[in-house]
Design a protein around this ligand. Sequence first.
Ligand code: URA
Length: 274
Amino acid sequence: MPYHVCLGATSHAFFDQWTFAPMTGQEPVRLQKILADAGVASRRASERLILEGRVRVNGKPVTLLGAKAVPGKDRIEVDGRALAGPEPIAHYMFNKPEGFLTALSDGRLGRPTIATFLEPLPHRVYPVGRLDRDVTGFLLLTNDGELARRLMHPSFKAPKVYRALVQGHPGPEALRALQDGSLLVDGKPVKPAKARMLSSGPDKGWLELTLTEGRHRQVKRMCSQVGHKVQRLKRVAYSGVRLDPALGPGSMRELSPHELRILREAVGLPEGNG
Ligand code: URA
């Protein structure tokens, strides 16, 4: 049985030429990408699995992050369980309800997590980014590791649109401060944003804020800084795709081909599905 794992760039070149291409016609791929694409975990979490010695390729433990293998050819095991071949790539639009952590488990605290909604799905998917426990709205769920990585990377500036019910009435000065990149979060200036009022009541109003980064509790912290505490927060669009108004809290559906194309194009990926 050919051994397809190669470690490091030099041996990769050698094996590519003499071992991989003639035998399989397939390119070796980094192990963490194979694990992420198979829906085992995010790429970062897959790297941890490798470093912890929980991954075997063709029966041999692999603990180096440079290791590669050929998907569908090499036998890859995590904690003794074989990957069931490449899983179909899936993308879901999820309307996250209030009261659930964006996590697959909460350790000893045992608070409700979105895992409840993922369990019935035919594919193992994980959330792209996170929303706070009390925040609702668009959460992308996928096992498309490369798309997820790009959408979360700040260099791609994926716009996220939020609707916030805020105390008081943010005036022109507050809106300017929210937009011009002058606010600090964790001591670092935020990126310029877009802000506009959608409606105002007697003592509160709905503000729409579009951010191109995703720092911890960013909307709440920015609004508090301009004197308008957030009472409710919902994400209504993600990287050019709007949350389907037909999806109630806790519901999800697969992305349409058109929505997927928008997401892929936004981060420089060609048309297609994976
Ligand atoms: N901003 C917040 O304050 N919370 C979120 O969950 C997302 C953005």
